[in-house]
Design a protein around this ligand. Sequence first.
Ligand code: A3P
Length: 294
Amino acid sequence: MPVVKVKDDHGKTMTLREVDGFYLPVIRVPYDQEKEFRDRTDWTARSDDVLICAYPKSGTHWVWEITCMLLNGNAERINLMKEMAMLECLSRSALDSMTSPRVLNTHMYYGQIPEDFKRKQCKIVYILRNPRDVAVSFFNHHTRLLDYEYSGDWQQYLPRFIEGKVDYGSWFDYVVDWEASMNRNQQNPAHVVTYEDLQKDSVNEVSRLASFLKTEGTETLYKEIAKQCNFQKMKKEKDPLEDTAEWKDDKPGMYRKGIVGDWKNWFTVAQSEVFNAVYKERLASVTLPVPYTI
Ligand code: A3P
């Protein structure tokens, strides 16, 4: 799987891994990532596996943490990094050695998920977030994580994000494709959650998720989980688990701002107009509740 330097119109490059035309992040793993990625199609699922699926920067860490607590039936912090349960970071043997119930996560397309997860009708939680906040969050991710070797500014970055010259490709393609996949797979409906609803009413969203997962719990537990998973608390307790050497200035940035609407501090009027036009054209067929207002 070659490591490529993907250039934009400004000549700025981003270092990514390419496999059959699909971009992945360059992940530091102690095994042959290409082999594992290609072999992934016949990996074995367990019927009680839960898969958290989202385009990057949509709130995957947050929902993953909540889901782990719900399945464990308590509000205790799990001593595991979300990345250690990410399908595209795992090897087959690492996945097989995880204890059940497994809360896995991925940014891959539905079609890239191993077939056994579909055969066994594993529960899928799908997260949506306003793509303008996703773009801002991904820009900070790309400029702060050293392995991307990316030095573009926001003005240069936004067209790159829109075109999908980033790991996992275009947000627009991802959301359109996931919706089409869900429509084809109505026998195993995914639970859809938005980052914005989680912010607005965390306890209600935790409770809704619990009903979907069919976990046992009380309102008191849901409140406690929402509290334990609040942004400040997660940042304080999860940041120290990060490998600081991977981050610019040794400062982990996975938990950055954790708010809705930061895009307003970044987008110029002209950038908003361009983005709105692309959004209208590309998402015309999507009926899922994307938190986006023009
Ligand atoms: P920002 O960069 O806008 O702050 P992902 O987990 O999919 O990579 O998404 C990361 C985004 O979710 C970041 O957004 C991060 O700060 C935010 N986030 C992570 N945990 C959160 C939490 N507990 N509450 C709110 N936002 C959270």
